[in-house]
Write a protein that binds this ligand. Structure first.
Ligand code: BDR
Ligand code: CA
Length: 319
């Protein structure tokens, strides 16, 4: 039985690559996509999700739009990382089909309640929609099969020295999400910076024909391109020096292939008020009261071989 994934995202270069993985893996059933403002504003993240749905032909999967602003504080963006459109240089046709008429928060609650114990909820953007869903229906915490985020870290940040972008963009929401009655799988920066599209990876991805040239390479190499023009000041925060990180792909991969990750239980708390540390995830691996599972090591060759295999399935259909 394929695993049912509901993806809450802010596409976003790596969100789009994560969506491509969730759509293409025959062992995953993508049951819905919800959008949140983050990398770019909500109208644009929603437009990007709709455009990807039509370009990749998963028209039967609903796309529902959610929160445009964090629960409190300033609205952040990462246009300097993802480009004005959010999808770098990928140019997808304008979508025709409409967004779902439910708010993302209601869509999440209804989808989880309709299949108790079966939905793997994955969040790859700021956690605003998830926090609002928990506030409205706390029972979803016990009804999901699992809850995985790309966000946080235990050694460093990227939006600031202390904070990773998705947590930094809505620390109050992240705090509520980590304090809820579930176990959060926190796929953070320490893990995702191991998963970079190195030269050999890009070369292999480049063999995937039209899909590679229209979508995968523009998404997976945008930062490298931006760097050449000197425009990207964030590269050190989204790369290990050997290619662009595909952060969000790791969260979907963790649901499908947990065997590729070595993980540790931890108690994670979110700093939401610190002058220099707002959005920091404070991770205690020694706590007797863990609320999270934190993947720490990735089988990098195994990861790319899995991702490339799935992308090649989609590429064949797309040829
Ligand atoms: C995270 O922030 C966003 O810019 C990316 O899409 C990813 O979800 C990495 O810190
Ligand atoms: Ca994202």
């Amino acid at each position: 039985m394929p695993k049912k994934i509901l993806l809450d995202c802010d596409p976003g270069l790596d969100d789009a690559l994560a969506l491509l993985l969730a759509h293409g893996d025959p062992n995953i059933e993508l049951v819905g996509v919800t959008t949140v403002g983050g990398n770019v504003g909500l109208p644009q993240t929603t437009r990007n999700a709709l455009a990807l749905r039509e370009y990749l032909h998963f028209e039967k999967v609903a796309v529902a739009a959610g929160a445009s602003q964090p629960l409190s504080g300033e609205t952040r963006s990462a246009i300097q990382v993802h480009g004005e459109s959010g999808l770098g240089t990928a140019a997808l046709p304008e979508p025709i089909l409409a967004v779902d008429d439910r708010h993302a928060v209601d869509f999440i609650i209804e989808t989880v309640r309709a299949s108790p114990g079966a939905i793997h909820l994955v969040a790859t953007g700021p956690l605003t929609n998830i926090a609002l869903a928990l506030q409205k229906e706390p029972a979803i915490a016990r009804l999901v099969a699992s809850f995985t985020i790309m966000g946080g870290s235990f050694t460093r940040g990227n939006a600031t020295p202390a904070a990773e972008f998705n947590i930094y963009a809505d620390p109050a929401a992240a705090r509520m999400v980590f304090d809820a009655d579930w176990q959060v799988v926190m796929v953070g920066l320490d893990l995702t910076l191991q998963a970079t599209a190195t030269g050999p990876v890009v070369e292999r991805l480049g063999r995937l024909g039209v899909l590679a040239h229209e979508l995968i390479l523009p998404l997976a190499t945008f930062w490298a391109g931006a760097n050449q023009s000197g425009a990207n000041q964030f590269d050190a925060h989204n790369s290990n020096g050997h290619g662009q990180a595909v952060h969000d792909v790791c969260a979907v991969a963790h649901v499908a292939r947990p065997d590729l990750f070595a993980s540790r239980p931890a108690r994670v708390r979110v700093e939401s008020t610190g002058e220099f540390t707002s959005g920091m995830t404070v991770v205690d691996f020694d706590s007797p009261f863990p609320n999270a599972i934190v993947p720490v090591t990735l089988d990098v060759p195994g990861f790319w071989s899995y991702v490339e295999r799935v992308y090649s399935i989609v590429a064949e259909q797309h040829a």
